[in-house]
Design a protein around this ligand. Structure first.
Ligand SMILES: [Mn+2]
Length: 332
């Protein structure tokens, strides 16, 4: 482990060992990295007889309601409001406001711990573990949990905690396929499986389990596939009417961007998702590395990573699409 990493891991573990009350929270529209990381860290802290509250401003997506102990997460802010916590731990949040309006305004904590791997993270915490070389927040949480386990003399990470961490790793690396996957990611995954993480259960549910509504949504989005600049730019579009027609949830749009991104010759791919009818759109980008999509999204108040980022744009559909295409062409 790099010296700086070791230092922050030791500092965070020290803080958590002393804390009696811990509030954990994640970004809005939480993904498997956010939820798996929170359940793992929350689980280990609960096992150390601390009072732990795990909070998500949005409900847990259906596809993640297979993670051990997911029901321990609350989205009811009244269980937090007016209280004081020794530590508030924000996980997988690129900035202080990513956890929803209530947490953004919340000041009832002594120490703010920021554990994240987004390039756009501005070190908003009192303790900041922001490692851009981590494939996911789960990798960082694993190091913190290992340190805690060492300090309290716990020999092995419990099965459920290992399964939740493996889910975090798998979800953010697309099952160890994305460019962010390193030898460390694979070593951590191996250690988690040795600790009893249920690998086949996680891959079956995360990657081979699609609702009929989501498949029908996919079949409406694929025909929108478009190419620009000799196939270097590709995108798909999801309108509100597609959700209405199929009964799919907006979370079901996750993964649709993999269709344009996986096409040979595509340097940058994106999906335009309508949020308010012909007025507001959420965009997600994937790059093969030549274009820094985090830099692009930061200009519009969004962010993420060099190869995967997102932002929200206002305007009608043509305005939004044309703006994005014009700007991306300049970057190619
Ligand atoms: Mn993440």
């Amino acid at each position: 482990m790099k010296t700086l990493t070791k230092k922050i891991v030791v500092d965070i573990a020290g803080n958590l060992l002393n804390a009696k009350t811990c509030l954990l929270c994640v970004h809005e529209s939480p993904d498997g990295d956010a939820v798996g990381s929170m359940l793992a860290l929350g689980g280990i802290l609960s096992g150390m007889d601390k009072e732990v509250v795990m909070f998500s401003s949005d409900v847990i997506p259906m596809r993640l309601r297979i993670l051990p102990q997911w029901r321990n997460i609350t989205n009811d802010f009244s269980s937090i409001s007016g209280r004081h916590f020794d530590s508030m731990i924000m996980l997988d949040c690129g900035d202080r406001t990513r956890s929803g309006d209530e947490i953004t305004a919340f000041t009832g904590y002594t120490t703010l711990v920021n554990i994240d791997h987004h390039a756009s993270n501005d070190a908003f915490g009192d303790l900041n573990f922001v490692d851009l070389s981590s494939s996911c927040t789960g990798e960082e949480v694993y190091l913190v949990i290992r340190e805690l386990a060492d300090r309290i003399g716990m020999e092995q990470i419990p099965d459920d905690i290992a399964t939740n961490l493996l889910a975090a790793l798998y979800d953010d690396t697309g099952g160890m396929r994305y460019i962010s996957t390193t030898s460390r990611t694979l070593r951590i995954a191996a250690d988690l499986v040795d600790s009893g993480a249920n690998c086949s259960y996680i891959s079956e549910h995360l990657f081979f389990s699609v609702s009929r509504q989501k498949m029908e949504l996919t079949s409406r989005v694929i025909p929108t596939l478009s190419f620009e600049n000799n196939g270097k730019i590709s995108y798909v579009v999801m309108r509100l009417k597609d959700l209405e027609a199929t009964g799919a949830f907006s979370e079901d749009s996750e993964g649709l961007i993999d269709f344009p991104r996986s096409i040979q010759g595509v340097e940058v791919a994106f999906i335009i998702k309508e949020i308010e009818e012909n007025k507001k759109f959420k965009l997600s980008f994937r790059s093969r590395g030549r274009i820094d999509v985090n830099e692009f999204c930061s200009r519009y108040g969004g962010g993420g990573h060099k190869v995967a980022a997102g932002c929200t744009l206002h305007g009608d559909f043509e305005q939004v699409r044309d703006l994005v295409l014009t700007e991306l062409r300049k970057m190619l």
